[in-house]
Design a protein around this ligand. Structure first.
Ligand code: SF4
Length: 319
């Protein structure tokens, strides 16, 4: 983070100042929690350690959403399942939704524990080439509440990035909580030297969700996080009996398609509602194995192909 970020108010004392996060100018500033935590005052040596650790990770992808309940974790899980269906690729899913970790359940790993080895925490494996790490593995029960303030959450994210034995990975997918909070600032800050490929933003079609997505997009622009594209989830419902399509969440303002045109962002695709997606998540199974020929599964394959193309083009541009 620069000394005076672009989004700071006029009388910002500077993020390196002793007064950072504490002056009257800081009241209402979007960075106040981070500045008040002290994390901005000196470069955290963990950033360099994480950059070294991430040298063996080819692509880092964040999955973001403006709102909760739009299917972000479901998308993250199925993005990983699809990437890992190529058994020449090593894939990992990191769940940094510290207060609401749903990935263990969606990936069928509830009750699993993380083990400590000489080279760090070992992630939990769904397949030989698909590893998962989540705070959910550190809780004694799925119903335990994690009520942590910013600095403690930041510390846990730092540990996840630095102390997990990720090994050689083709893709690290990071599932974040909804909105723009401590977890987002932390992950962007800690991966600042390790180069994030970009963010995939998940929304539903209705305007109330898109309003929050626009904020998420502004966040990405402010922290200079590239946007891979937007996914419209729950985009229409095809009745499995009569095959008629209905709009459960009507795109009253043109949906993600119009928003992407206005903001000049790629729309990666639209995933229709399918009740089997929720059922397979509850059962901890991949929907893509369950209904591989469904319109929703086909939408997933097409979207994931576009993400893979983006990552490989980016790698080529860097070389
Ligand atoms: S919270 Fe941080 S960025 Fe915002 S005004 Fe204060 S010092 Fe500046």
């Amino acid at each position: 983070m620069a000394d005076v970020p672009d989004n700071a108010p006029e009388h910002c004392p500077g993020t390196l100042s002793e007064q950072a996060g504490k002056t009257s100018a800081c009241q209402g500033c979007p960075n106040q929690r981070m500045c008040a935590s002290g994390a901005t005052k000196a470069p955290d040596p963990a950033i360099a350690e994480i950059a070294v650790k991430m040298e063996t990770v080819k692509h880092k992808i964040l999955v973001l959403s403006g709102k909760g309940g739009v299917g972000k974790s479901t998308f993250s899980a199925h993005l990983c399942h699809t990437l890992a269906s190529d058994d020449t690729k090593e894939v990992a899913l990191l769940d940094v939704d510290i207060c609401g970790p749903s990935i263990p359940r969606i990936m069928g790993l509830e009750g699993e524990q993380v083990h400590q080895s000489g080279s760090g925490w070992s992630p939990v494996y769904v397949e030989d080439n698909l590893a998962v790490m989540s705070i959910g593995f550190l809780l004694s029960s799925p119903d335990d509440a994690v009520i942590w303030r910013g600095p403690k959450k930041n510390g846990m994210i730092k540990q996840f990035l630095r102390d997990v034995d990720w090994g050689e990975l083709d893709y690290l997918v990071v599932d974040t909580p909804p909105g723009t909070s401590d977890e987002h600032l932390s992950i962007v800050q800690y991966l600042s030297s390790a180069k994030i490929d970009g963010a995939v933003i998940i929304t539903t079609p209705q305007e109330v969700a898109l309003q929050d997505v626009r904020k998420e997009i502004r966040f990405c622009q402010k922290v200079k996080l590239p946007i891979i594209g937007v996914v419209e989830n729950m985009s229409g419902f095809v009745c499995p009996s009569c095959k008629n399509t209905s709009q459960i969440f009507p795109p009253t303002s043109g949906g993600a398609e119009r928003m992407c045109e206005e903001l000049n962002l790629p729309l990666l695709g639209k995933i229709p509602l399918d009740p089997r997606i929720g059922r397979s998540c509850d059962e901890g199974r991949s929907f893509l194995n369950y209904a591989p020929e469904s319109p929703a599964a086909k939408a997933y394959y097409s979207i994931v192909q576009r993400i893979k193309d983006y990552c490989s083009n980016r790698k080529n541009e860097e070389q």
